[in-house]
Design a protein around this ligand. Sequence first.
Ligand code: AMP
Length: 190
Amino acid sequence: MLNLVLFGPPGAGKGTQSQKLIEKYGLIHLSTGDLLRGEISQGTALGLEAKKLMDEGILVPDHVVIGMISNKLDSNKDARGFIFDGFPRTVAQAIALDELLKSKNSAISGMIALEVSDTELEHRLLLRGKDSGRADDANPEVIRKRIKEYNDKTAPVADFYKNQNKFTSVNGSGSKESIFDTIAVVTETL
Ligand code: AMP
C-alpha cells in the first residue's frame, strides 16, 4: 500500500496536489477538513460542534478526527493506498494513525511537506476565500489564527516523521504542475 501524508500549513496547496496524486496513483483522498465540512452540511451533531471551532480557526478535538479517519479506513478495505490531507495535525493524531494502520498490517510510506512563506499563505487564503465561500478563508484574523495553530500544534508532527526517516520537504511556491512533478518524483521513491 502507498500511504502518503501531504503536509503543510493552510493554503500550502495540499488539496490541489492531492487531486493530482489521486488521478495519477489511484489513491483514496482522506481530508479531515472536507469530512468535517460534510458533517456541517448534513447538519449532524458532530458538524455543529466542529463548526464553532472551525469558524474561529481552532483545531477540533483529536478523538473527533481520529474517529472519522478510522471509519474511512474501515470502509475502504480494498484501497491501493491513501492520501492523508490535513491529518495528522497533532502528534497525538500521528501516533493514533500509526496504530490504526498497524492494526491493518500497514504503515505510512512517507510524509511530503509543502513549504510556503506565511505572507504568501495569507494572500492565497484571502484569494481562495472569494470563491470557496469558506468563512475561515474570508477573515484575516481567523487566517492568522489557523497559521498560529499550525505553528504551535501541527509543525511538530514533521519531527515525528523525520524521526522515522519518512519526511521530505518540497518547495510549495511555483506552478501547480512543477510542484506536482517534484511530488511525483518523491512519491516514486517511496
Ligand atoms: P482544512 O480544510 O484542512 O483547512 O481544515 C479546516 C478546519 O477544520 C481547521 O481549521 C480545523 O478547525 C478543522 N480540522 C481539519 N482537520 C483537522 C485535524 N486533523 N485536526 C483538528 N482539526 C482539524
